[in-house]
Design a protein around this ligand. Structure first.
Ligand SMILES: *[C@@H]1O[C@H](CO)[C@@H](O)[C@H](O)[C@H]1NC(C)=O
Ligand SMILES: [Zn+2]
Length: 457
C-alpha cells in the first residue's frame, strides 16, 4: 500500500518534471496504462474501483476499472454495463478511448455534470481497456511504420481470442425454431470439464425445457471434445458469468460499423448470410444508437473496403462475415448480457495525434450506448407465498425464444426496442397464453426510461 502511494507520487513527479502526463491522449504501453488507471482510481476513489479479472499468457493483469456511485457493491435493480477493448492487440483506438472515457467520467462526476452523475449513480460501469495486453505490447513495439496489418492481433500463444470462446452458435443453430436459445453456458461447463455423458443426462433432466432431444444427443456426442481455452478467454468468460451484465460492447478497429448478433451463420456460408437472432429488432435498435450518435458511422461511404456498404452504419455479423467462437454471441447465448461489436475506424493503430479526433467522433456514441442499459423492462420476481427472490425463474416476451434468467436477488433486466409487447415469467418454462401481460416500451433516452414490471409467482 505505502509503496503503491510512493510509486504514484514518484511517477506523478516524474511526469510533471517531464512536462507530460499519463493522462494525455496518447498511446499507452501496458505499464503506462496501469499507471493511468491507478491515477483515475485515485482521482475518484469513491466512484471507482480497479480490479483484475485474471492474467494474460505472459502474466499481465487484465485490469478493469469500475465506475459508478457504488463501486464493488451489488445493488438491487442496478444493472452492470461493460466495454471491452483491444481484444485484438493491434486494434488500439478502443483502448485509448476507454482510458480517456474513464478519466472524463470521473472528472465530470466531480464537476457536477448531471447527466454523467445520473448514469454513474444508476449503473455499474466496467471498463476493460485491454483484453490482450501481450498482443498490444508486441504491436506497440513493432519497430517500423506502417505496422503489418495483423501483427499483435493474436495473444502470446498465437490464438485469435475472438475465435476462442465456446462455439455456442453451433449449439443454437441446432435448436428448433421457437425453443429457448439462452443460457447455453450449462453446455459449456459440461464441455469444458469434459465430464461423461452421465452429466449431460443429468443436465438434461434438470433443465429438460432447455434442450430438445436433438440438441441433447449433439451434446453427448461432443463429450470427449477438447477445447483449448486461452487464459484471457477464460478470465473474460468467468467475468461475464459472475456479473449481472445487461449490455456490453466489444471495441475493435479495421472498419467503421456497429455489428450485432448473430456473428456465425448456421449454414456455414462465410459471408452474406443474415443470421437473425430472436432479438434482431432490439439489436438493430442498440447498434443504431451507437452508429447514429457517432459523428460519421451512419453516413454513406464510410466503410473501409471497396464495395462495402453498411446501411445506417450497422450490420448483422454473419451477413458481413461469419465468426464462430466469438465473444459477442457468447455473451448473448451464455448469459443475460446483450453485446455488440464496434469497429471504430479503418486504421487499426493510427498515429497518436489523431486520437483526439477519434474521441470527438465517439464521445457521444459511447455515452449514448451506455445509457441504453436502462431501456426495456425490468423488475423483481418473488415467490407469492414467501416473498423470497424467484431465483432462476425465466422472463420471456411472447414470440421471442430468448429468455432472461432472474438473478439471485430476484431481479431481471430485459432490453427491448420501443414497441408493444407481452411479457410473462415462469419457474418451469411453461408459459400459458393467459399468463402474459401487455407492456409498452417507450422511446428510451437513458436512466429512468425502462418500464418497471414486478411479478409474484
Ligand atoms: C448522484 O449521487 C450522489 C451521491 O449519492 C448525489 O450527491 C448526487 O446528487 C447524485 N446525482 C444525480 C444527478 O442524481
Ligand atoms: Zn478485431
Amino acid at each position: 500500500m505505502g509503496r503503491g502511494i510512493i510509486g504514484i507520487c514518484l511517477s506523478l513527479f516524474v511526469q510533471l518534471a517531464m512536462g507530460q502526463s499519463y493522462l494525455d491522449m496518447r498511446h499507452h504501453s501496458y505499464r503506462e496504462m496501469k499507471e493511468y488507471l491507478r491515477l483515475v482510481n485515485n482521482l475518484c476513489p469513491e466512484q471507482s474501483r480497479l480490479y483484475s479479472i485474471g492474467k494474460s499468457v505472459q502474466g499481465r493483469d487484465l485490469l478493469v476499472l469500475e465506475l459508478g456511485s457504488t463501486p464493488g457493491q451489488d445493488q438491487l435493480l442496478k444493472p452492470d454495463f461493460k466495454y471491452v477493448a483491444n481484444m485484438h492487440g493491434n486494434e488500439v483506438v478502443g483502448k485509448e478511448l476507454l482510458l480517456w472515457l474513464a478519466h472524463y467520467m470521473c472528472q465530470e462526476y466531480k464537476a457536477g455534470n448531471q447527466e454523467i452523475q445520473l448514469l454513474m449513480n444508476t449503473t455499474r460501469i466496467h471498463l476493460l481497456p485491454s483484453m490482450n495486453p501481450d498482443g498490444y505490447e508486441a504491436a506497440l513495439n513493432y519497430p517500423r511504420e506502417p505496422k503489418p496489418y495483423t501483427y499483435g492481433r493474436a495473444n502470446a500463444n498465437g490464438q485469435d481470442l475472438n475465435r476462442n470462446f465456446p462455439d455456442l452458435d453451433a449449439t443454437a443453430c441446432q435448436i428448433p425454431n421457437g425453443q429457448r436459445t439462452d443460457h447455453l453456458s450449462r453446455v459449456m461447463d459440461f464441455r469444458r470439464e469434459q465430464r461423461s455423458a452421465m452429466l449431460a443426462r443429468s443436465i438434461f433432466q434438470e433443465y429438460p425445457e432447455s434442450f430438445s432431444k436433438d440438441v441433447y444427443s449433439a451434446l453427448t456426442k461432443r463429450a470427449g471434445e477438447t477445447e483449448e481455452r486461452q487464459p484471457e478467454t477464460e478470465a473474460v468468460m468467468n467475468w461475464i458469468l459472475r456479473h449481472k451484465f445487461v449490455l456490453s460492447a466489444n471495441l475493435h478497429g479495421g472498419d467503421l460499423v456497429a455489428n450485432y448478433p448473430y456473428d456465425a451463420s448456421c449454414n456455414g456460408q462465410e459471408m452474406g448470410h443474415y443470421q437473425k437472432s430472436p432479438d434482431d429488432s432490439t439489436f438493430r435498435y442498440l447498434a443504431s444508437s451507437y452508429s447514429m450518435a457517432h459523428t460519421r458511422m451512419s453516413k454513406k461511404g464510410q466503410a473501409c473496403d471497396p464495395g462495402e456498404k453498411f446501411a445506417n452504419g450497422i450490420t448483422n455479423g454473419a451477413d458481413w462475415y461469419s465468426v464462430p467462437g466469438g465473444m459477442q454471441d457468447f455473451n448473448y447465448l451464455a448469459s443475460n448480457c446483450f453485446e455488440i461489436t464496434l469497429e471504430l475506424g479503418c486504421d487499426k493503430f493510427p498515429k497518436e495525434d489523431t486520437l483526439p479526433t477519434y474521441w470527438g467522433e465517439n464521445k457521444n456514441a459511447l455515452l449514448a450506448f451506455m445509457s441504453k442499459v436502462h431501456c426495456g423492462v425490468y423488475g423483481l420476481v418473488v415467490d407469492a407465498q414467501t416473498g423470497a427472490p424467484a431465483t432462476g425463474a425465466v422472463v420471456v416476451i411472447k414470440g421471442n425464444s430468448h429468455g432472461i434468467t432472474v438473478t439471485k436477488n430476484g431481479e431481471y433486466f430485459r432490453l427491448l426496442a420501443p414497441g408493444d409487447y407481452e411479457i410473462a415469467v415462469s419457474l418451469d418454462s411453461n408459459f400459458d397464453d393467459d399468463q402474459f401481460f401487455p407492456i409498452t416500451v417507450p422511446e428510451c433516452k437513458g436512466p429512468g426510461y425502462a418500464v418497471r414490471k414486478d411479478f409474484k409467482i
